[in-house]
Design a protein around this ligand. Structure first.
Ligand SMILES: [Zn+2]
Length: 352
């Protein structure tokens, strides 16, 4: 029982903020390299891929090695049955709880089935799993424990997201002679009035302007205004509709504006939706239930490696890991939850 907790404690003490996963990858390789029955490869970006030889259809498990900041020099503590940090850093349970489960499986247990395991990099920042060589994979289904909710949660969907950047380029002049300049703030205000910020026309879509930069002085007309924001949606049709609406709105405003407006979209992240009555999900549901944990579905979630994997046609389901307040210095996990998670994970390995 304590093995998994000890392994976890070792793993979180290895610094691995996004982009600096080398040490933890080496640590895992050192543990697994002399074991028979599986092979490993590292791709160009640093994702570690392990493949076991066994029976049955291959199934994919994917855990990310990186953490957010403050994630250096983590000092784990056990308090009232919880694993926590000293309070100065995160704990790194996101996602090292799952990394520990996978490494423990590889080094301490006999595995009789075909498993494909990705220890991914840069999950928190993007730029990791996207570059994985997908021709290495045979699995058509996958599991990820990377959702901070009580154990038993099955994530049904994740939104698609795109970022937008709009530059309004005018001409500066003194505040007393507005007719001599081109005020870039005016078309910006017009644009902001025409789009709906917050929940959009439909509740399953949100629009956010996160950044607005304009002007240089109180007494001059702002030459340039830049806004940066995102569209986030569970409804692909509405997502495309809004993207086009933004472009059209900009085109209309441009016709009246003497300066220039540029709109650019990037940082696209695909979304996904699973059905409750899908065979794979039903099996997962049953396995959780058999462990005397109440399975439940989650309709809202953040982004994980599953977005890319689903986009790549590997039906990947994200499950809750019992981690509390990840990405904060209060991040923690109950040791009992961790042990229940291990049981569920083993049953998924054996019976999925
Ligand atoms: Zn995570």
């Amino acid at each position: 029982m304590k093995d998994i907790v000890n392994l976890f404690i070792k793993l979180i003490q290895i610094n691995s903020v996004s982009g600096e996963e080398e040490k933890i990858r080496e640590f895992i390789i050192n543990l697994i390299k002399n074991k028979k029955n599986f092979t490993y490869q590292i791709d160009k970006i640093g994702n570690l891929f392990v493949k076991t030889k066994g029976k049955g259809k291959p199934i994919l498990f994917c855990a990310h090695l990186d953490t957010v900041e403050p994630g250096r020099g983590i000092k784990p503590q056990i308090k009232n049955g919880f694993l926590t940090s000293s309070g100065k850093t995160i704990l790194g349970a996101d996602n090292k709880v799952f990394v520990a489960l996978l490494v423990d499986l590889l080094i301490n247990h006999q595995i009789n089935r075909n498993l494909e395991i990705i220890f991914s990099v840069k999950e928190e920042t993007g730029g990791g799993i996207e570059f994985f060589p997908f021709n290495w994979l045979k699995a058509k289904t996958g599991i990820i424990f990377d959702n901070a909710n009580p154990v038993g949660g099955i994530v049904l969907r994740s939104p698609e997201i795109i970022n937008f950047y709009i530059e309004f380029l005018g001409k500066s002049t003194h505040a007393s002679t507005p007719d001599k300049g081109i005020n870039s703030l005016l078309p910006t205000i017009e644009f902001l009035k025409k789009i709906k910020i917050g929940y959009s026309n439909k509740k399953n879509t949100t629009v956010n302007i996160g950044l607005l930069n304009s002007g240089t002085a109180i007494n001059s007309i702002p030459e340039n205004t830049i806004i940066k924001g995102e569209i986030r949606s569970y409804d692909n049709k509405n997502f495309i509709y809004l993207k086009n609406k933004f472009k059209k709105t900009i085109n209309l405003i441009q016709k009246k504006f003497k300066g220039n407006i540029n709109i650019k979209f990037d940082g696209y992240c695909p979304g996904y939706q699973h059905k409750k009555n899908d065979k794979f999900l039903k099996k997962i549901f049953k396995i959780i239930k058999e462990n005397k944990i109440k399975p439940y579905f989650l309709n809202k979630s953040g982004i994980s490696d599953a977005n890319i994997l689903n986009f790549r046609k590997i039906k990947t389901v994200v499950l809750s890991d019992g981690v509390i307040e990840p990405h904060t210095t209060r991040e923690r996990i109950n040791i009992n939850d961790f042990l229940i998670l291990k049981k569920i994970f083993f049953d998924l390995v054996n019976f999925l």
